[in-house]
Ligand binder design. Structure first.
Ligand code: UN1
Length: 495
C-alpha cells in the first residue's frame, strides 16, 4: 500500500480538513511514491494560528538553545542521509549522487545555522554623546511563510527554515506538491530533534490553494519564496498590497563564457555538468554557452559528441547520467522550446526529443539537447527553459561575451573559462549576475556565502550565508543613556 503522509500543525501530524489527498508518482517509473493531504485555506489558517501561538515562547528561547535543536536535526539528517537521498530521487528524479548532494546541502545549512545560535552578531559603537551606549541587535520578524520548489526539495527548504528558526521566527512551510516527501523528512527531523509544537508547521497542497493563502494571510509577517518568475512577481504584488516584506528567488538564464585561451577539456566538463546535471532543472543551470570565435567550432563538436553519449535513465541506477524531467507539464514546456529554437533559426545539433525506448517509456525523459548558431536575442537564449537544453552563441571578444551574458532578464550565475588572469578579473568586474565562477561551471554554490541574483532573478535579497539572517530578522537599534539628564543628539553644543 502506498504510504500516506500528513500535514504538520501544532506539533501534530494531521490530514487536510477536507480529508482529500493526492498521489505522487516517480517521474522515472510512474510508480506511486506516496499520498499527501490536498490542503486548502482552512489548513493554512490552522497552521498560522499554531505558529502565532508558539512564536512568543520561541522568540524568548535563548538563541543558543534554538541552535542546539538545529544541531540535533543535523545529526538526524546525517544518520538518515542515504534513505532520504533515495526517497528524493524516487520522488523528483535527480540521480542518486546528486540527491545525496541535496541532503548534504541541507545538512551543511543546518549545522551552519545551528552555529548562528551563538553568533547573530550586532554592532556596538560609540555614541556621539557622553554617558550613552549604542548598539544594534537582531530581532525575529514573527511568523514566516516559506514556499519552496521541487528541484532542491530538501536543500532549498533548509535555506529558509533553518535561518528563520535560529533567529527566533515561527514558520508556516508550503513545500512543492511534486516533492513533499523530502519536505516531510526535513520537518520530521526537526520535530524529532525537539522543536516545540507550533514553531514549524507544514501544509502540503497546490500553489493556488495553499500558497496563495500563505501569502495573503495577515498572520504571516514575511514571505520567502523560490520558484518561477511569473509566480514570484504575483507574490510580490500581493505582498506589496499587504505591506509584507518578501524575499524572492526566481531562476536564471545562466551562461558559461569560453575564451580562446581556455582549457577546452575543463570547459567541456563544466558545460556538461552545468547544462545537464539535475537534467538542467536548476536555477543555476547553464542554458547558454558563449564561445569566442576561434574555438567555437571545435568546442561545439566536442560538446555534441559528449552530450550524445550521456545515458538517460532511472536516477537510482549507477549507470544513469541524466534522470527524468519532474512531470509531464515540464516535459511539454521543454519540448516546446525545440520548435521555438528551430523556428528562430538555431541549429539543433543533438537531442531535441522525448524518448520512449524500453524502460524510458514509463517516465518523462528528454534527450540532452544542444542548439548551435543561436543569437543573443532568440527566445532560447533569453527565456528560462529548466530542462536539459543549452544554446551556443558565438562572440568575437571578451567585451562582447560580457555584454551578451548580461543582456537577459535574469541575473543569477555566470562562469568564465580562461587562463588569462587579467581577462578573468575584467569579467568579474563586468558581469552583473549574483554569482560568478572562474574556471568552474555555473552550479555548485556553497551554503555559507550569499546566494541569489539580479534583475528578474530576485528582488534584492540573498539567501544563505549571513545574508539569510538579514532576511529573517529586523534590526533593533538600542540607545542607553546613563547620564541622568536630558541629552539631545545632534545638538551637543547646547549641552
Ligand atoms: C537551485 O537550483 O534553485 O548552486 C539551487 C547550485 C546549488 C543550488 C541550486 N547549490 O547549483
Amino acid at each position: 500500500m502506498t504510504q500516506q503522509y500528513q500535514n504538520f500543525i501544532a506539533g501534530e501530524w494531521r490530514p487536510a480538513r477536507s480529508g482529500e489527498r493526492f498521489g505522487r508518482e516517480n517521474p522515472a517509473t510512474g510508480e506511486a511514491t506516496g499520498r499527501y493531504p490536498r490542503s486548502g485555506p482552512d489548513d493554512v489558517r490552522d497552521a498560522v494560528c499554531a505558529a502565532q501561538a508558539a512564536a512568543p515562547l520561541w522568540r524568548a528561547t535563548p538563541a543558543p538553545k534554538r541552535g542546539e535543536i538545529l544541531f540535533r536535526a543535523g545529526e538526524i539528517l546525517v544518520r538518515e542521509k542515504e534513505r532520504f537521498a533515495r526517497e528524493l530521487t524516487e520522488e523528483m528524479g535527480k540521480v542518486l549522487a546528486e540527491a545525496r548532494g541535496d541532503i548534504q546541502e541541507a545538512i551543511d545549512m543546518t549545522y551552519y545555522m545551528a552555529g548562528e545560535g551563538r553568533r547573530q552578531f550586532g554592532q556596538t559603537t560609540p555614541s556621539e554623546l557622553p554617558d550613552k551606549f549604542a548598539m544594534s541587535v537582531r530581532a525575529p520578524v514573527g511568523v514566516v511563510g516559506c514556499i519552496t520548489p521541487w528541484n532542491f526539495p530538501m536543500a532549498i527548504p533548509s535555506w529558509k527554515i533553518m535561518p528563520a528558526l535560529v533567529t527566533g521566527n515561527a514558520v508556516v512551510f508550503k513545500p512543492s506538491q511534486y516533492a513533499p516527501k523530502s519536505a516531510y523528512n526535513l520537518v520530521r527531523a526537526l520535530a524529532d530533534a525537539g522543536l516545540p509544537p507550533g514553531v514549524l508547521n507544514m501544509v502540503v497542497g497546490e500553489g493556488a490553494q495553499v500558497g496563495a493563502t500563505v501569502v495573503e494571510h495577515p498572520g504571516i509577517d514575511l514571505i520567502s519564496f523560490t520558484g518561477s518568475n511569473a509566480v514570484g512577481r504575483t507574490i510580490a504584488r500581493q505582498c506589496a498590497d499587504a505591506g509584507k516584506p518578501v524575499s524572492l528567488e526566481m531562476g536564471g538564464k545562466n551562461a558559461i563564457l569560453i575564451l580562446d585561451d581556455a582549457d577546452l577539456a575543463l570547459a567541456l566538463d563544466g558545460v556538461i555538468w552545468s547544462a545537464f546535471g539535475t537534467t538542467g532543472q536548476r536555477c543555476t543551470a547553464a542554458s547558454r554557452v558563449i564561445v569566442q570565435a576561434a574555438v567555437y567550432d571545435e568546442f561545439a563538436e566536442r560538446l555534441v559528441a559528449r552530450a550524445e553519449r550521456l545515458r538517460l535513465g532511472n536516477g537510482l541506477e549507477p549507470t544513469t547520467d541524466v534522470g527524468p524531467i519532474v512531470n509531464s507539464d515540464q516535459l511539454r514546456k521543454v519540448d516546446s522550446y525545440i520548435t521555438i529554437g528551430r523556428d528562430e533559426g538555431a541549429t539543433l545539433a543533438c537531442g531535441g526529443a522525448t524518448t520512449n525506448v524500453g524502460e524510458l517509456g514509463k517516465g518523462y525523459f528528454f534527450q540532452p539537447t544542444v542548439f548551435t548558431d543561436a543569437t543573443p536575442s532568440m527566445r532560447i537564449a533569453q527565456e528560462e527553459i529548466f530542462g536539459p537544453v543549452t544554446a551556443l552563441i558565438k562572440v568575437g571578444s571578451l567585451d562582447e561575451a560580457i555584454e551578451v551574458n548580461n543582456g537577459v532578464p535574469y541575473g543569477l550565475s555566470t562562469s568564465i573559462y580562461t587562463r588569462d588572469v587579467n581577462a578573468a578579473f575584467r569579467a568579474i568586474e563586468g558581469i552583473t549576475t549574483g554569482l560568478v565562477y572562474v574556471n568552474a561551471g555555473t552550479i555548485g554554490a556553497e551554503i555559507h556565502l550569499p546566494f541569489g541574483g539580479t534583475r528578474g532573478t530576485g528582488n534584492g535579497h540573498r539567501e544563505a550565508g549571513t545574508a539569510a539572517l538579514d532576511t529573517f530578522t529586523e534590526w533593533k537599534t538600542v540607545y542607553i543613556d546613563y547620564s541622568g539628564q536630558l541629552q539631545k543628539a545632534q545638538m551637543t553644543e547646547e549641552l
